[in-house]
Design a protein around this ligand. Structure first.
Ligand code: BG6
Length: 791
């Protein structure tokens, strides 16, 4: 039976690469499995069990195996612990006791512990493997390294594997990595880059064990098989809400050194719940087993998700956590940790199918029960006057029940007032005998229930995928970075926020109930139990928005968040005034990363911004196709335009690509933009121009040394940047200085040096282009955050 599962898996799973590579990936022979962190918690709980199951499933195949538990401790002390763990593995349910005993004995004989600390240790391991292959005349199929160690050790271990443990002769190398893969976008990028120097992408298997849960991996096939019933209702017109929930009763005692640095958002929401969200909302691929298609469709959803800010999350911390931290981290009694152990986050996918559908992701420790599920709750448009118990009056919902809770087994439940789902997977069955339990407000008998015939552990499942070289259920680099791009701004905006303290378990009562209002989420009750010593000062206390002068122009300064808030409010005020007076607002926006926070603020808070009467122009553009991530328009589109209701004909990207080439003088792109500007605006004047300043003092794409004077006549020009991409199109000082209002936005500690210099230099636009910004009739306001101002 286990063998059939694996064979089935291989046929279901599209293996990447060429036909030869695919053949190699499955070529029978000897397989060496090395678990680093082989006596650790995860190995003990799940990994050895998973590998034993793999071994049992392969017992009658042409493959042979060696298993190595690797660790930093010397073999003498670690060996007894190691064998205790191995002896405790249990028999798969479908094996007879006798057969299992034989297999277990073989498994123990094939396993050994090795200290793997230095490069010599790794070289020793490689030598041992090669010797064994030679002595026993075996062909090598591949080597599988499972890194169940803290992430900071990954790069070093990957390098050691790369330099000393690569198999020869076409055998495969697979390296499995456990989360955390970074703690934010920059660290995830750095880790991906480091690993990329030692391992090829196809050699890395990043595990998210939720993708190995039977119900989770059925989501896409279920959506496909039931396409006919789902297509008409799986959209904003019918879905009331999507909930993705992981509730846990345990605390994090014993894991605090790790957990306190991560918290629930990084531990569960960024990975497990986000993956479920992707499977629920992505367009089901034509071919469920095509890695490329699945990845592509996932990335599309990532790019349609509305940005997450402070108002899209609430956080909590169980009361005993503080004392646990003090104890495990050796801290004094006045130490306060702000790490959340509970979070509820409200997400929205801003595309035609899901626009406006609230998607709630929530997880926490020390809650009242252990349960994991995703629920699609549909709108019920039937009003029941009298017969409340009739089936048509009851909630309409589909529940993907991952496990635990009142039901205790994994299942997919479809309420009977929706449709009867088809059931084509031979590994699943319909449950017809309904225990007397209810699931999310409905008795089991009101659902069609499907459950796997045999329950399998997520890790065991994923281990069999790795062995089969099947990459569908692992996290690709792009997927990982897209997820961190979503979560990093939220994590930064929550920095310094105090979580609501909750007692834990049933005593939490309604304290963690949340209210969803439009795009925002808040706790439903205002009661906050906070012990007096939890009340601290946030770093922004005592500093409000400050007004002053900078380079003899007006300046507004505040901490980043308040500054962005203020700029957004000023922008809206200017827009409303222009629309009142002239019926239209012409806004020119710059690229770069500084304005992104402003765009998010506008999207999430300024619902009454008069987008319908706003024309959006570009301050500058890089000479790359607009579809590339480097393009300023591309970023503006992703962070702002696609999320607001602005008419297409009010959007004016710079024509950097004409005649299928980029920024060629003769194509006249700059002139074209200038003409459009002249045609639509009053005397080519913008109402508002938003600028940033680069480290070298450049603004728009006017760089030091640009022939500023030569540009005097034109409004738009092709310019050169010292950094790539070198060619740019930019508004000139002419165009900028005719504006009614110019805002110069400068943020971050990195800009402090620049601000200090700028406060001293005289106007010299050739050397410091930003000093050339001097509106002739309008006003200039500097928006500088305290980090940039004070350093
Ligand atoms: C892990 C988290 O990834 O997932 C844990 O680190 C969490 O904090 C666990 O408890 C939940 O997994 P499961 O399979 O028990 O739902």
């Amino acid at each position: 039976m286990l063998v059939t599962v694996l064979v089935l898996l291989v046929t279901l799973c599209a293996l990447g690469g060429t036909a030869e590579e695919r053949q190699e990936a499955q070529r029978p022979g000897h397989v060496s499995v090395v678990i680093l962190g082989g006596t650790g918690d995860l190995a003990k709980k799940y990994l050895w069990q998973g590998f034993f199951q793999l071994y049992a499933s392969q017992a009658s195949s042409a493959n042979t195996f060696s298993f190595y538990g690797g660790g930093l401790s010397p073999a003498d002390s670690a060996k007894p612990v190691f064998f205790e763990i191995l002896k405790a593995v249990s028999c798969p349910k479908d094996l007879s006791q006798e057969r299992c005993a034989v297999l277990k004995e073989q498994f123990l004989r094939l396993s050994q512990y090795r200290q793997l600390k230095t490069l010599e240790d790794y070289q020793g391991l490689a030598k041992h493997v090669e010797q064994q292959l030679q002595e026993e005349g075996m062909t090598e199929a591949g080597r599988l390294f499972y890194l169940s160690v803290p992430a900071f050790a990954y790069a070093d271990i990957a390098e050691k594997i790369n330099s000393s443990c690569r198999p020869a002769g076409g055998a495969w190398l697979r390296v499995v990595l456990e989360k955390p893969f970074g703690h934010d976008l920059p660290s995830a990028q750095a880790l991906a880059a480091q690993l990329g120097t030692a391992l090829k992408d196809e050699e890395m298997y990043r595990i998210d064990h939720y993708l190995g849960k039977q119900v989770v991996s059925r989501i896409l096939p279920f959506r496909k098989e039931n396409k006919d019933s789902l297509d008409p209702i799986w959209n904003k017109h019918h879905i009331e809400r999507i909930e993705i929930v992981l509730k846990e009763t345990l605390d994090v005692k014993g894991r605090i050194p790790f957990y306190d640095q991560y918290g629930v958002i990084r531990d569960v929401l960024q990975n497990h719940l986000t993956e479920v969200l992707m499977l629920l909302t992505m367009t089901p691929p034509v071919n469920v087993s095509s890695i490329q298609e699945v990845q592509q469709n996932k990335l599309e959803i990532f790019s349609s998700l509305l940005p997450l800010g402070k108002n899209q999350a609430v956080i909590g911390q169980y009361q005993a956590y503080k004392a646990e931290v003090q104890k495990e981290l050796n801290k004094t009694q006045d130490h306060v940790s702000l790490t959340p152990t509970f979070a509820a986050v409200l997400a929205h996918v801003a595309d035609a199918r899901y626009e406006g559908v609230p998607i709630l992701l929530t997880s926490g420790k020390m809650l009242d029960e252990r349960v994991g599920y995703a629920r699609i709750l549909f709108k019920n448009d039937i009003f029941c006057l009298q017969s409340q118990d009739s089936v048509h009056c009851k909630p309409k919902q589909i529940v993907f029940h991952f496990g635990h809770g009142s039901l205790q087994y994994p299942a997919i439940l479809v309420s009977k007032n929706l449709f009867k789902p088809v059931q084509t997977d031979a590994g699943w069955k319909e449950v017809t005998e309904h225990a007397n339990v209810s699931v999310l407000g409905l008795p089991l008998s009101d659902y069609y229930v499907q459950t796997p015939k045999v329950q399998r552990e997520a890790y065991a499942e994923l281990i069999s995928h790795i062995f089969a070289g099947c990459k569908n259920n692992f996290i690709s680099t792009e997927n990982l970075l897209a997820s961190w791009s979503l979560w990093t701004p939220l994590l930064s905006s929550l920095k310094g926020s105090f979580p609501r303290v909750y007692p834990g378990g049933a005593d939490n009562g309604g304290m963690l109930d949340v209210q969803l209002k439009g795009n925002e989420i808040s706790f439903n009750s205002k009661v906050v139990i906070i012990s007096p010593d939890q009340v601290g000062r946030s770093s922004t206390d005592g500093f409000q928005v400050m007004q002053g002068k900078f380079r003899s122009a007006e300046m507004v300064s505040a901490w980043a968040e308040e500054l962005v808030e203020r700029l957004a409010a000023d922008l809206q005020e200017a827009a409303e005034a222009a629309v009142r007076k002239e019926g239209v607002f012409h806004l020119a926006l710059s690229g770069g990363s500084t304005p992104i926070a402003l765009f998010h603020r506008l999207v999430l808070h300024h619902f009454s911004f008069p987008w319908r009467d706003t024309h959006v122009w570009m301050v500058d553009e890089r000479c790359v196709p607009l579809t590339e991530a480097e393009s300023n328009f591309h970023s503006l589109h992703d962070h702002l335009l696609q999320h607001v209701r602005i008419p297409y004909y009010n959007i004016h990207p710079m024509p950097v690509q004409l005649n299928q080439r980029l920024c060629v003088e003769e194509d006249g792109g700059a002139l074209l933009y200038e003409k459009e500007l002249g045609k639509l605006t009053n005397g080519s004047s913008f109402h508002f121009v938003l600028l940033g300043v680069g480290y070298d003092g450049h603004t728009a794409s006017l760089f030091p040394g640009s022939k500023v004077k030569e540009l005097r006549q034109s409004m738009v020009a092709l310019t050169e940047s010292p950094i790539k991409p070198h060619q740019r199109m930019s508004l000139t000082f002419n165009a900028i200085n005719q504006a009614h209002r110019v805002a110069l936005m400068v943020m971050g500690k990195g800009k402090h040096e620049l601000i200090t210099q700028l406060s001293r230099v005289k106007d010299d636009p050739e050397k410091w282009p930003v000093t050339g910004v001097k509106p002739t009739h309008g006003t200039l306001i500097w928006y500088i955050d305290y980090d940039a101002l004070i350093g």
